[in-house]
Design a protein around this ligand. Structure first.
Ligand SMILES: NC(=O)c1ccc[n+]([C@@H]2O[C@H](COP(=O)([O-])OP(=O)(O)OC[C@H]3O[C@@H](n4cnc5c(N)ncnc54)[C@H](O)[C@@H]3O)[C@@H](O)[C@H]2O)c1
Ligand SMILES: CCCCC[C@H](O)/C=C/C=C\C/C=C\C/C=C\CCCC(=O)O
Length: 258
């Protein structure tokens, strides 16, 4: 898919990975609706983006992915303003094991909520043009992050949802590819904040630090580049792309159900 003139929605768009993805989509000619709950960072980012990419290519929408009402309003506003939706990046996510129900609601249910509303705009069966959805999962969607069992579960859930939606799309003719991105640790506020909690606590801290040493820490632009591959490569559907420093790999899943 060539990106020039395409219309993208990014959730969790104003910080970290979402911000880098937004900037890369804009650099490649797309228009981007930025959905986020952080109004202050959002408004400050919009000032910069409008100066750099013009007044008409970005839209900041206050949208909590826990709210169906806000999601519906945000996607309708995007479609009305830009003329449809071609690309959805489900990226909003948190890591907080002590408020784990909220984490499930954002990390997994948020992806499901936004996807179902987006289908009404994107699916060829609903009058849309088709397109592509990329879900930011994690390497923790493919194996355990030992002191984050619920986070691990949400990301496994995102990968399962991604693969089932990809197969459903092919079988039903939605015209939408659906893929998951699985980065290892990434240098963002989420990572820094969680590390500071980790330092104060936990007999599992040493094991986690070993994992961080083993995998290394990505910068956000490496992650955004990998996400762009999943958006632009029309052969990719139902894929989970692992991203670690200096390396990307597509997962081969067992073929029990095929
Ligand atoms: N940082 C990492 O090490 C890492 C690694 C792999 C995957 N991920 C995943 O990448 C995604 C982005 O993480 P990040 O590290 O950039 O985090 P971040 O905290 O830097 O940015 C997250 C963004 O999401 C927004 N957000 C949070 N809750 C929201 C909600 N309910 N509705 C809408 N927006 C909301 C925040 O305001 C923020 O702008 C998450 O899904 C995370 O699980 C992160
Ligand atoms: C090899 C798996 C890589 C997973 C990356 C994951 O998506 C993001 C991780 C970000 C930071 C993780 C660092 C340490 C986690 C350890 C403890 C966190 C405790 C958090 C809590 O109790 O809420």
């Amino acid at each position: 898919m060539a990106l020039n003139g395409k219309i993208a929605v990014v959730t969790g768009a104003v910080m970290g990975i979402g911000k880098a993805v937004t900037e890369l989509l804009l650099q490649n000619g797309a228009k981007v609706a930025l959905l986020d709950v952080n109004r202050i960072a959002g408004e400050s980012l919009m000032e910069t983006l409008k100066k750099q990419y013009g007044q008409e290519r970005t839209l900041l929408l206050n949208c909590n992915v826990e709210s169906d009402e806000q999601i519906k309003a945000a996607l309708q506003k995007t479609a009305d303003t830009f003329g449809g939706i071609d690309i959805l990046c489900n990226n909003a996510g948190i890591m907080n094991e002590s408020t784990w129900e909220r984490m499930v609601s954002i990390n997994l249910m948020g992806v499901i909520r936004v996807t179902y509303v987006a289908l009404e705009h994107m699916s060829k069966l609903a009058g849309g043009r088709g397109g592509v959805i990329v879900n930011t999962a994690s390497l923790a969607g493919l194996g355990p992050l030992l002191n984050c069992p619920v986070y691990t579960a949400t990301k496994h859930g995102v990968i399962g949802f991604t693969r089932a939606m990809a197969d459903a799309s092919t079988a039903s003719g939605y015209g939408i590819r659906v893929n998951a991105l699985c980065p290892s640790f990434v240098q963002t506020d989420l990572f820094t904040n969680v590390l500071s909690i980790l330092r104060q606590s936990s007999h599992l801290a040493a094991a986690t630090h070993q994992m961080i040493e083993k995998f290394g820490v990505l910068n956000v632009s490496e992650v955004a580049d990998a996400l762009l591959e999943l958006v632009t490569d029309d052969t990719k559907n139902g894929e989970a792309l692992i991203v670690v420093p200096n390396e990307r790999n597509y997962i081969t899943f067992p073929s029990i159900l095929k």
